[in-house]
Design a protein. Structure first.
Length: 89
């Protein structure tokens, strides 16, 4: 099971346009995620970082293939980990 958590020093904020803003205090890095990525992040947070459970929830809501949704979540998680905004455990 893959679990994704917020990296130390990272704050999150939802913007009025549906985007998610992530800011890292230690690196001064700042990114803004599109609404779909924001929804994925929220699902991950709701499921304590459990990629499988988040994918199941989102695929049911979006009427998408669960494996495809999981793949997209893993891709997002990989990007956020590479940027130092998230960690995998």
């Amino acid at each position: 099971m893959m679990t994704i958590t917020t990296a130390p020093g990272v704050t999150q904020r939802m913007l009025s346009n549906g985007h998610l803003e992530l800011t890292c205090r230690t690196s001064n890095r700042h990114i803004e995620c599109e609404p779909v990525a924001a929804a994925m992040w929220i699902a991950l947070k709701q499921h304590n970082g459990d990629v499988d459970r988040a994918a199941s929830t989102l695929s049911a809501l979006w009427h998408t293939n669960e494996d495809d949704t999981r793949y997209d979540l893993i891709a997002l998680a990989g990007s956020l980990c590479s940027l130092g905004m998230a960690t995998e455990s």
